[in-house]
Ligand binder design. Structure first.
Ligand SMILES: NC(=O)c1ccc[n+]([C@@H]2O[C@H](COP(=O)([O-])OP(=O)(O)OC[C@H]3O[C@@H](n4cnc5c(N)ncnc54)[C@H](O)[C@@H]3O)[C@@H](O)[C@H]2O)c1
Ligand SMILES: Nc1nc(=O)c(N)c(NC[C@H](O)[C@H](O)[C@H](O)COP(=O)(O)O)[nH]1
Length: 227
């Protein structure tokens, strides 16, 4: 199977949470880390999030630095990477910031259970990929993204999509910024939620970079193959 090179970038608290129990966004990164995230976006062919993140945060996922936007244009690219949302039932609001802000292509990946009426409406603002019957088949979706020329894909969460991508063996690298705060709560989203691995299935990582940044630390890991 041909798929893009995939990395996940996430910011978490010292206790591994990525937002509050009300799923409210928390500023974990400082300006330095947000700028690093911007550079990662600018260097990617596409940036992907789950529908939970769109509903919770309404992100635009645009490249913020004007210099990077210009550099992308000079390289013959669109100002922003392709913005991709994984949304099995096509719940994404038509007025989401992803559609309203910035230039560039948008892709919504849905499953066979999405309503055809909503898909017709979405076709005006995005390309639709259908993968899977009731729930998006992420492996099939990755193949489709690769076919459309996406070779480097940045995944920006949230917790459930991170699990889906990791547990299906679709991630090459993981970048986690750990900030100087504790969020707590047994229902607050963590870096990876979902079902969780059993002891035998646990995924191993290889740390290849660690860098103190502002009041936190950035860790970069390679995902090791499962045996
Ligand atoms: N700190 C950070 O770096 C960061 C980044 C992004 C999001 N967040 C936070 O994460 C939270 C959202 O996370 P979440 O877990 O609710 O939503 P999510 O963004 O992970 O989206 C999950 C949804 O994607 C859809 N989906 C479709 N097919 C799937 C599949 N095969 N596998 C997995 N998901 C599939 C499902 O509808 C699922 O509910 C928000 O609170 C947001 O603020 C934090
Ligand atoms: N890197 C990072 N540090 C954080 O402290 C934090 N809270 C997020 N959270 C991701 C976030 O939940 C959003 O989904 C997008 O970062 C918003 O993207 P835009 O600014 O709209 O382009 N990400």
């Amino acid at each position: 199977m041909e798929r893009p090179f995939v990395f996940i970038n996430s910011a978490m608290s010292a206790d591994g949470k990525i937002s509050t129990k009300e799923r409210k966004q928390v500023k974990i990164s400082g300006s330095f880390d947000f700028d690093r995230v911007d550079a990662l976006r600018a260097g990617s062919d596409a940036v992907m999030v789950g529908i939970g993140t769109v509903i919770a945060d309404d992100p635009s996922l645009t490249v913020k630095s004007e210099k990077r936007q210009i550099e992308r244009k000079q390289a013959g690219l669109e100002e922003n990477p392709v913005r991709v949302v994984v949304d099995s039932n096509a719940k994404i609001p038509l007025d989401a910031d992803i559609f309203k802000k910035g230039e560039g292509r948008r892709i919504v990946i849905v499953s066979g259970s999405a309503s055809s009426e909503k898909l017709r409406q979405l076709e005006d603002v995005a390309t639709i990929i259908i993968a899977g019957e009731d729930k998006v088949d992420l492996a099939a979706a990755m193949e489709e993204l690769r076919k459309t020329g996406i070779n480097r894909l940045m995944v920006e969460g949230g917790a459930t999509l991170n699990w889906g991508m990791l547990s299906n063996g679709l991630v090459d690298e993981v970048y986690t910024f750990i900030g100087n705060l504790i969020i707590g709560g047994n229902t607050s989203p963590t870096f990876v939620d979902g079902e969780g691995f059993t002891e035998k299935e646990i995924m191993r990582l290889d740390l290849f970079e660690a860098e103190g940044m502002e009041e936190g630390i950035l860790l970069k890991w390679k995902v090791l193959p499962c045996y």
